[in-house]
Design a protein around this ligand. Structure first.
Ligand SMILES: [Zn+2]
Length: 292
């Protein structure tokens, strides 16, 4: 491989609760290679795994984690889902020592958002709200073409906007967050005989009344939370991704009713499906890793 041409390659890694996805980006941010492996048993094992993915020509590493991180120090602060003890782990330092490369440690929703902003659904846009629907709901905000981080690097947590202050308890300690209605477990909640949100969506498509109601309950909750967030930020575009976003069409009518109530504040809302699929988090991590 031509060393000069390869110097700009960036490795991006997206650590999930069950799967680690990775990409290698070329100089124009094109995906040169990618893969997915089961999440190892802890952060030290992840360091070994990522070290093994480095190849000649890779000049930087970005690693996205599902939780709160101290980006400046490269430390995992609160990362509850992947196996092992992540709290306080200096993953950035450990990876830097293992590989000799600069390492960026970022939140996975911010990574998703940067990827969609630079190379995906929000390409050419500058002011966008992002929501990632999965086991939980992550989010991020772009204003003026930049993903905002906030003083604690957790700006954009749309999943924990309260939809019903007396609603079901949420993992964050609050009640009735939009996540408790529109993330996978929230869609399934209260329905007998359904194990996954995908099964609920399939039944809703077949006309099952309770399944249809669960999908529109999710859409209504998303409409309230995303509508309020857009009103707060003065934004009229939302990019929706994540596994549950495949059922977005079943939620859209109820979601749009809530947007419509806020029309004087938010106008015509554009709801854009994410464009990069399950690799978005790894692509965004690589982009963060390559930034000065
Ligand atoms: Zn919450």
């Amino acid at each position: 491989m031509d060393a000069g041409g390869a110097a700009g390659m960036r490795l991006g890694v997206d650590v999930g609760g069950s799967t680690v996805k990775w990409v290698i980006l070329g100089e124009t941010s094109e995906v040169i290679d990618s893969g997915a492996v089961p999440t190892p048993s802890g952060p030290d094992e992840v360091v070994e795994l990522v070290g093994g993915l480095v190849r000649q020509g890779v000049g930087s590493i970005g690693i996205g984690l599902p939780g709160h991180v101290d980006r400046a120090a490269g430390i995992a602060l609160f990362v509850p889902n992947p196996p092992g003890e992540w709290t306080g782990h200096p993953i950035g330092l450990a990876l830097g020592e293992r590989t000799g490369l600069p390492v960026a440690v970022v939140n996975d929703a911010r990574a998703f958002a940067l990827a969609e902003l630079r190379t995906g659904a929000a390409r050419e846009l500058s002011d966008v709200l992002f929501a990632v629907l999965g086991t939980g709901i992550g989010g991020a905000v772009a204003l003026g073409g930049r993903i905002l981080a906030g003083p604690r690097d957790n700006l954009g947590e749309v999943g924990h906007i309260t939809v019903d202050a007396d609603g079901p308890p949420c993992c964050c300690g609050n009640r009735g967050c939009v996540e408790t209605y529109a993330a996978g477990p929230g869609i399934v909640r209260g329905l007998d005989g359904f194990a996954t949100a995908a099964a609920v969506a399939a039944a809703a498509r077949a006309g099952h009344p309770a399944a249809r109601e669960a999908m529109s309950r999710a859409g209504r909750a998303l409409g309230v939370a995303l509508g309020d967030a857009m009103a707060l930020l003065g934004i009229g575009t939302v990019v929706v991704g994540g596994g549950v976003a495949g059922s977005l069409d079943l939620m859209l009518t109820a979601m749009r009713e809530e947007f419509e109530r806020r029309r004087p504040l938010i106008g015509d809302v554009a709801v854009l499906p994410a464009a990069l699929g399950s690799r978005a988090g790894a692509i965004g991590a690589a982009l963060y890793g390559g930034e000065p």
